[in-house]
Design a protein around this ligand. Structure first.
Ligand SMILES: Cc1cc2nc3c(=O)[nH]c(=O)nc-3n(C[C@H](O)[C@H](O)[C@H](O)COP(=O)(O)OP(=O)(O)OC[C@H]3O[C@@H](n4cnc5c(N)ncnc54)[C@H](O)[C@@H]3O)c2cc1C
Length: 408
């Protein structure tokens, strides 16, 4: 099968559409909601809800040629503002989890408020991280116990992106990872859909952060929080005598979410990196500085070399991202490629935005420009959805064909 990354007409149209959304709806309020952390970006959310209600184009409606378009959308909208992108009322990571691990009925049930009913788009979130469990997600201590026909969840989740909207606004939902059997280690970990407003799920607070400050990052407490039995993703039938026999795809099923979400995070990173690079190139042009791509190696200036390196890093990250997305589209296992693009893009955007701040001199560090913000927004791409180190570890395991016990 030939891989071609030449954008289709539909992809080009989608790119134009999202770019316009980024320019007209996001950039004008970008600084405001960076400064006013924890304030709901009303203009953005209202616009999003209006567009959705009137059946007009929504940022999450691609004209329909697949996962590469989801990446194009993420890149364009994060070029606009990565924090606002994360604040969009969409199922987001919660939706990726349902898509990756849910049954057909669960996909219909939990994703339909957004997809089908034409009502308000809703927030979704995924809650894995706990005070003692981040990279080592097998150390999760939140428990799920079967009681009659319901699962009872207990535990604390931290750093949950979109956790405020997803846990409090009607129609939203949080996908919570919990263990049904601690002694089973990874084998006991399952994911559960907890609808917004479920008694026992409490929003404890939201984080103050370095970057993506328009995004709500929540701490959630689950205390005797009950959900119906069929809210366990991937299964509705449970063997009552042994709750660990849930019939779902288990930890592997839950982990499959990352194969879909890591390319999206990588695309988000590319968007932030491109924002900084585009701005730098415009500024250089304004100053009359032309980057000579055809200059002989001995004559290339330090600045030209820096810019060329930034462009090469960005292109490499984007191509790895599209490859992982293309594989996803074609039903090919992309675990290696998803981690590869995420590791590359997270590091690339960190370097590109720091370099842009550096090359713009003191103004680059000033709040008069947006570049300092993009530098702050960049770093998270190297942390969530598996840190740089964890994604490199996964790449090494896949290439060497080592199980996780042999390379940790
Ligand atoms: C803004 C923000 C939003 C987030 N959103 C979400 C969300 O929506 N849902 C969610 O569940 N979580 C979310 N997270 C949590 C994020 O996924 C974790 O922070 C991340 O997985 C790292 O886990 P940790 O913080 O426990 O760090 P640790 O695992 O303690 O890692 C600390 C450092 O040690 C390194 N390290 C750890 N293990 C190894 C190893 N084996 N080899 C080499 N190095 C290693 C890490 O790479 C890192 O540099 C978010 C975090 C932030 C900051």
């Amino acid at each position: 099968m030939t891989i071609s990354f030449e954008p289709t007409e539909a992809s080009k149209a989608a790119r134009e559409h999202y770019r316009k959304v980024a320019e007209e709806q996001m950039r004008p309020v970008s600084r405001k909601y960076d400064d006013e952390e924890h304030t709901l970006p009303k203009e953005w959310v209202d616009w999003f809800w209006q567009e959705g209600r009137h059946g007009g184009p929504r940022p999450t409606d691609g004209p329909g040629d697949g996962f590469i378009q989801v990446c194009i959308q993420a890149e364009e909208l994060c070029w606009g503002d990565a924090g606002l992108y994360l604040r969009m009322p969409t199922p987001a990571l919660g939706g990726s989890a349902v898509s990756a691990a849910g049954t057909a009925e669960q996909k219909k049930k939990f994703l339909s408020p957004f997809r089908e009913k034409g009502g308000h788009p809703i927030w979704g979130a995924m809650a894995i991280t706990e005070p003692q469990a981040g990279s080592d997600s097998a150390a999760i201590e939140t428990t799920a116990e079967l009681d009659g026909d319901e699962w009872v969840l207990n535990g604390t989740k931290i750093f949950c992106t979109a956790g405020e909207g997803a846990s409090t606004v009607e129609g939203g939902f949080v996908v919570v990872w919990a263990t049904v059997d601690k002694s089973a280690g990874r084998g006991g970990i399952k994911s559960f859909v907890v609808p917004a407003g479920t008694p026992g799920m409490e929003l404890v607070g939201t984080e103050h952060k370095l970057g993506i400050r328009a995004s709500d990052t929540a701490t959630l407490r689950l205390e005797n929080c009950r959900v119906p039995q069929d809210h366990l993703l991937g299964s509705s039938a449970v063997k009552k005598k042994d709750p660990s026999k849930t019939g779902d795809k288990g930890f592997k099923g839950a982990m499959a979410t990352f194969d879909a979400s890591r390319p999206i995070v990588a695309a988000m990173a590319v968007g932030v990196g491109r924002a900084a690079l585009d701005f730098l190139l415009e500024e250089l042009e304004r100053q009359g500085v032309r980057v000579r791509y055809d200059a002989p190696p001995a004559e290339v200036t330090a600045l030209e070399r820096d810019v060329m390196e930034m462009e090469a890093e960005l292109q490499a990250a984007r191509l790895l991202t599209w490859r992982a997305a293309w594989m996803m589209n074609h039903g090919k296992p992309n675990n290696l490629e998803a981690s590869m693009c995420k590791a590359k893009a997270g590091l690339a955007v960190t370097k590109i935005t720091q370099k842009a701040v550096e090359l713009l001199g003191p103004l680059g560090y000033s709040k008069k420009l947006m570049v300092e913000k993009w530098m702050r927004d960049a770093k998270i791409n190297d942390i969530y959805e598996g840190t740089q180190q964890i994604n490199q570890l996964i790449v090494a395991r896949r290439i060497l064909d080592y199980p996780s016990a042999m390379l940790r």
